[in-house]
Design a protein around this ligand. Structure first.
Ligand code: PLP
Length: 449
């Protein structure tokens, strides 16, 4: 830990006086004052260190303060900190090239945004203009961002306060066998019935009114539900049949998280538009974007695209993306995530599930795993109710408190904890975190029946 002239108490006092925090009741939160971070760890002003199994908000895919990326940001800052989006700028051109080389199929044009939500907004705008249709379909159990349309698409309670009724968004159920909406008992049944449900939804909404179907390739915050084989290919077919734009949101799943560059690579599916952010530069400088197919790019070849941002392709953010992608390639980060996911995390979590009655299901791939915590394995009743807060969420907050007391910073959402550390975490660090997780799960076990 680096010495700091500030005290944690002073940092926190200024925060409590002036910082208005996301998604929070302002008087009910107690943010930790963070003094520093490096690799897979961060620490507070009292020298307490935490292993970050949440990668911030699932974005530090190469950990904190990677020296090569920090140096690239410093070099870019010295050379050209910023430049307006209408110009051709080296860092922006190179970032677009490196991204387009990795995105699937012919997603070869990159529109840069500031983050994930505005990438989703622009993907919707492109789809609506390309098709001339008004509506968009998205899944329950999803998260697409906090701006108006992105939160309208979102299939979790964060949407409710911003539902306007005029958003033109229709929700459907994507496959999730463990909590099947389709009375399915096998992945094959779940896949077939989810596709049939989607097809019926399209028919009843009117195919000619639907601009886009938007899905997270693997839903992230909503629970890391890896789709059954054939589902995304089936959605692709439905989109082709009805002239609907297929948008995959890879803001969380992209850039190595799944042990592949993009989650779409796992399913051999090519969308028409793909959104990204987070891992593109490990979140060192805010950056997101939309990767655009040849056909949709052609729509805006002679006709101006009516959208833009002052900071579209900000050089500092793009230089961070160039350095991050190069580091990931040079250091084999994607392959590392795939290997440790398959050989260490998956087996370890399944072993924890055998010993801990609170673990209902383990699912995931790469460095992208969820543990579904339940009161009762037979009934699958969640350890806390859907959208529980305060007292009702005690079993999960007790679990999280135990993890933190043992030096592990967990990702917690509703009745789940996700194991989503940096993709370049070492095997020894993983084992340290899994041991703390084991201890914290014993606390969750106390709330089972
Ligand atoms: N899409 C997905 C799948 C996400 O996970 C997120 C954020 O977690 C977003 C969009 C929104 O991204 P941002 O918070 O960068 O606007």
């Amino acid at each position: 830990p680096q010495p700091s002239p500030q005290t944690g108490a002073a940092v926190k006092a200024a925060d409590r006086a002036h910082v208005f925090h996301s998604w929070s009741a302002q008087e009910l939160i107690d943010p930790l004052a963070v003094a520093g971070a490096e690799g897979s760890y961060f620490w507070d002003y009292d020298g307490r260190r935490y292993l970050d199994f949440s990668s911030g908000l699932v974005y530090t895919n190469i950990g904190y303060q990677h020296p090569k990326v920090v140096a690239a940001i410093q070099e870019q800052a010295a050379r050209m900190t910023t430049f307006a989006p209408a110009f051709a700028v080296e860092a922006r051109s190179e970032a677009a090239r490196l991204i387009a080389e990795r995105t699937p199929g012919d997603l070869d044009k990159i529109f840069f945004t500031n983050a994930g939500a505005d990438a989703v907004e622009h993907a919707l705008r492109m789809a609506r203009l390309h098709t001339g249709r008004p509506k968009v379909l998205s899944a329950y159990r999803s998260y697409h961002g906090g701006t108006q349309q992105a939160v309208n698409l979102t299939g979790d309670p964060r949407r409710w306060a911003s539902d306007s009724g005029t958003a033109g968004v229709v929700h459907f159920w994507a496959p999730f066998l463990y909590r099947s909406r389709f009375y399915a008992e096998t992945e094959e049944q779940e896949c077939a019935r989810a596709l049939e449900h989607l097809e019926t939804t399209i028919a009843f909404e009117g195919p000619g009114t639907i601009a886009a179907i938007v899905l997270e390739t693997i839903p992230g915050t909503a629970g890391i539900m890896t789709p059954p084989a054939g589902y995304l290919a089936g959605v692709r077919e439905l989109c082709d049949k009805h002239g609907i734009v297929f948008v995959l949101d890879e803001v969380m799943a992209g850039f190595g998280r799944t042990g592949t560059w993009f989650a779409a690579d796992l399913y051999d599916v090519v969308p028409d538009l793909m959104t990204f952010a987070k891992g593109v530069n490990s979140g060192y400088v805010p950056l997101g974007g939309v990767a655009i197919s040849g056909e949709i790019a052609a729509t805006f070849a002679e006709r101006p695209y009516p959208g833009g941002l002052t900071y579209s392709g900000h050089p500092l953010a793009c230089a961070a993306a160039v350095a991050t992608i190069n580091v990931m390639a040079e250091e084999g980060v994607v392959e590392h995530a795939a290997r440790l996911g398959a050989e260490v995390v998956g087996p370890a979590l399944r072993e924890l599930a055998e010993r801990h009655p609170s673990v209902g299901e383990v699912r995931g791939t790469g460095m992208f795993w969820a543990l579904e915590l339940v009161k009762d394995r037979e009934t699958r009743e969640p350890l806390v109710p859907y959208n529980a807060t305060g007292q009702a969420a005690t079993p999960m907050s007790a679990f999280a408190a135990s993890a933190k007391a043992h030096g592990l910073w967990p990702f917690v959402n509703m009745n789940r904890t996700h194991v989503v550390p940096p993709c370049n975490i070492t095997e020894a660090e993983l084992k340290e975190g899994l041991a703390a997780l084991d201890t914290a799960l014993s606390v969750a076990d106390e709330y089972t029946q």
